[in-house]
Ligand binder design. Structure first.
Ligand SMILES: [Zn+2]
Length: 259
């Protein structure tokens, strides 16, 4: 490993050790290591191949909810891949960072539940989660796995099971054209303002509001560490920028930190 990278790793460890209130901000890059494709990577990204407005917009869903749920039961589809995916060593490293008392919260742009599977207990999901669905009428929440069973039995679109409701069920993932969950957003803003160190992992920091959160953190005096395979528009705000695969860096940092 080159010495410049080693220096950055050593400095990151020092900063993390001296922090009392660390927040992680994560994006698709941390989940590619769990086999989930990066939605926005140039060339390989999902939305460069498929028209998002056709497959993942709220208008398309409302026009034909049955079609969304029909695709959802495709065993080789992305949804089922995500449901079955396992945390990467980077997810596990963040869970360790919480266990040793340094990491307070994870703010994520991912919908895959992998931080929770790894063991993090305070995860703020800016773009919702694929693991649950809700009734568009009465807001009752259902596990996606249950909804998929109903769809497999031919219920298209799947409907709310509350007496007399029969509202259409919609995944808790945020579709294009939908507003973000306000509770998650306001907590993310508050936490970003209050942290003394923010570590960004695998986010290209181009999608708002995630792209604004590091600005809030730095304005309030927090240290900023960015680990992402590509450069980001917020690199100039960071104390340390490491353009590497996260899996090659963060598990090493956490291992050394524990020594
Ligand atoms: Zn309902």
């Amino acid at each position: 490993m080159d010495s410049e990278l080693n220096k950055k790793i050593e400095l990151s460890i020092k900063i993390l050790k001296n922090s009392k209130n660390i927040v992680a901000l994560t994006g698709a890059g941390i989940s590619t290591e769990s086999g989930i494709p990066d939605f926005r990577s140039p060339g390989t990204g999902l939305w460069t191949k498929n028209d998002p407005m056709k497959y993942a917009s709220i208008d398309a869903f409302l026009e034909n909810p049955a079609s969304y749920w029909e695709r959802a039961i495709d065993p080789s589809g992305l949804g089922n891949k995500i449901l079955d995916s396992e945390p990467s060593k980077s997810h596990l490293a963040l869970a360790e960072l919480e266990k040793i008392g340094l990491l307070k919260s994870v703010i994520t742009q991912n919908i895959d539940n992998l931080h929770q599977k790894a063991g993090n207990t305070d995860v703020i999901e800016l773009h919702g989660t694929i693991f649950t669905a809700h009734c568009m009428n009465c807001k009752t929440r259902y596990k996606r796995r249950h909804v998929l069973e109903w769809v497999k039995e031919g219920e298209l679109p799947p409907l709310c099971k509350k007496d007399g409701c029969e509202g259409i069920l919609k995944s808790d993932t945020i579709l294009f054209g939908e507003s973000l969950p306000q509770d998650a957003l306001s907590r993310a803003i508050k936490i970003s303002r209050n942290c003394d160190c923010m570590i960004v992992l695998g986010s290209s920091l181009v999608v708002t509001p995630a792209a604004h959160l590091p600005i809030l953190a730095v304005k309030n005096g927090a240290e900023l560490i960015i680990i992402n395979i590509q450069k980001t528009p917020k690199d100039h705000l960071a104390r340390i920028v490491i353009n590497q695969k996260i899996g090659k860096v963060i598990p090493k940092i956490i291992d050394k930190l524990k020594d």
